[in-house]
Design a protein around this ligand. Structure first.
Ligand SMILES: [Zn+2]
Length: 184
């Protein structure tokens, strides 16, 4: 049996492709500039500085620059709040065993929305923006950021597939000063 059932015979929508292009025009143009002098074609994907970072998706955080790292130096895993989730652990295990990671930094940050609001408040705000019910959407809010960081660092350092030789640190990034402060 074919995995791709035949599609209904719809005429192409001439505006659909225009919209698709226009939506991302600026970014595609920037990518063309980026690719014009691209030299990373033979890059191996290993973390060249042996570093992995778990941090928040917050756009105030530039994980490479804030640690003096360059493109290719580190594995970066980001999510709301910078939490060590199952997916983060999966990434770290791969990073350690296959991609040269020797040091892991878990870096949540000050003034993080995930630590400022309750789940009910986030659902309310999202529902107001979406105009539909959002009560079913899970948001992993952080009640105590320092306690969560300690728990996250422990999750990494006690993971059976993360060897003892790998150094694990828990830091808080101050979005106002740009400094990271080690907590664990
Ligand atoms: Zn955040």
């Amino acid at each position: 049996m074919s995995r791709n059932p035949p599609r209904p015979n719809c005429p192409p929508d001439p505006f659909a492709s225009l919209l698709l292009v226009a939506d991302f025009d600026d970014l595609i143009a920037a990518n063309r500039d980026f690719a014009a002098d691209f030299v990373g074609g033979d890059f191996d994907g290993v973390a060249h500085a042996g570093v992995a970072v778990v941090t928040c998706m917050d756009s105030r955080i530039d994980p490479f620059r804030m640690l003096g790292l360059a493109h290719g130096d580190a594995k970066i895993f980001r999510n709301p709040g910078g939490r060590v989730t199952l997916e983060a652990l999966e990434a770290l295990v791969l990073g350690v065993h296959l991609l040269g990671v020797e040091r892991i930094l878990v870096i949540p940050h000050t003034r993080c929305a995930m630590a400022q609001y309750t789940e009910a408040e986030l659902r309310e705000r999202v529902a107001a923006s979406a105009g539909v019910d959002a009560s079913w959407q899970q948001f992993h809010v952080i009640e105590d950021q320092v306690a969560s960081l300690e728990e996250d660092v422990r999750k990494v350092s006690s993971h059976p597939l993360i060897p003892q030789r790998v150094r694990v640190g828990g830091f808080l990034y101050d979005v106002d000063s740009g400094l990271i402060h080690r907590r664990f």
